[in-house]
Design a protein around this ligand. Structure first.
Ligand code: AMP
Length: 292
């Protein structure tokens, strides 16, 4: 596995004229790798000749007072895990390499970014799209892999790729969970022991919400009940619990096909997100390989 730190070197290696028919699968991450990230790698390996992973904690997507500084980092462990997972090239740029001079140009996502985390974290998705566009231009991947853990991010990136005719295909990958149901996340390490033992309530509450939906309950009733279950069974504070159409992130109506029940919950300084996507045609409907 090659460990690359500069844009120039990576672009030389991945030059499209020279790589000819070799397909490149791309897995962008912020590191502190876990099985969720490694599942993206597994999908990418199955579908491409070369797998490129980026590890970059992107300052542009963190707001003032958010956890950019305390975001967990472990470069050597990440390199080892990436190598063991079969990544061919890991790209680990510095902040200066990615943003040597910031001309202040922003990419403004549309109404999908006004809901959920976009409402709770103003400017977050502007920063996500900025780094994603840079990385797509640097790597020029055939396919890029994103987890449904960050379902809103995935939906916005799909729109971005469509609206701007970006060359990469986007592949949705199902959420990987701990045995007790907690969605794997780099941030889980920042939970205290007692918060970690409470946190599985999030997925239990979402599952309860999903069963209410299957029984025909109204979205507002579901949102209220899921919030209530989380606050009455943990010290977590609700940032949001919302049920919307997916991937449009609009109001649920009689004609809606797929819905997302998504939440963000804060345990002292650690903010966790999770979701369930359901089809009104019955069952969960999540990824483009329909795995979950
Ligand atoms: P992050 O490093 O948290 O920015 O995540 C990098 C990529 O891994 C994103 O596409 C995430 O959606 C995905 N990811 C993170 N956690 C999980 C998980 N538990 N299951 C599946 N994908 C995940």
């Amino acid at each position: 596995m090659q460990v690359i730190e500069t844009i120039e070197e990576l672009q030389q290696i991945l030059n499209r004229n020279e790589r000819k028919d070799t397909t490149v699968g791309f897995v962008p991450t912020m590191g502190y790798l876990h099985e969720g990230h490694l599942s993206l790698v597994k999908h990418a390996k199955e579908q491409n000749d070369i797998v490129v992973m980026s590890i970059f904690v992107n300052p542009a997507q963190f707001g003032p007072g958010e956890d950019f500084e305390s975001y967990p980092r472990d470069r050597e462990r990440d390199i080892r895990l990436a190598r063991e997972a079969g990544v061919d090239i890991v790209f680990i740029p510095s902040v200066e390499e990615m943003y040597p001079a910031d001309g202040g140009i922003r990419i403004l996502p549309g109404k999908q970014a006004h809901e959920l985390c976009g409402a709770a974290r103003p400017g977050h998705f502007d920063g996500v799209l900025k780094v994603v566009l840079k990385l797509f231009n640097i790597v020029d991947p055939d396919r890029s892999y994103f987890g449904l853990k960050d379902a809103q991010q995935l939906a916005i990136i799909e729109t971005f790729v469509r609206d701007f005719n970006l060359r990469t295909a986007i592949v949705r990958v199902p959420i990987v969970r701990e045995e007790d149901g907690l969605a794997k996340s780099s941030r889980n390490v920042n939970l205290t022991d007692s918060e970690r033992s409470e946190a599985p309530v999030i997925y239990r509450a979402l599952q309860f919400g999903a069963s209410m939906f299957a029984d025909g309950a109204h979205p507002e009733t579901i949102e209220r009940e899921v919030s209530e279950q989380i606050v009455s069974n943990s010290s977590g504070k609700i940032d949001y619990v919302n049920m919307l159409t997916y991937p449009e992130l609009g109001l649920v109506t009689e004609n809606t096909r797929d819905v997302i029940l998504a939440c963000a919950v804060k345990f002292s300084t650690t903010r966790l997100i999770d979701n369930i996507i359901m089809s009104t045609k019955g069952g969960t409907h999540v990824s483009n390989d329909d795995e979950q």
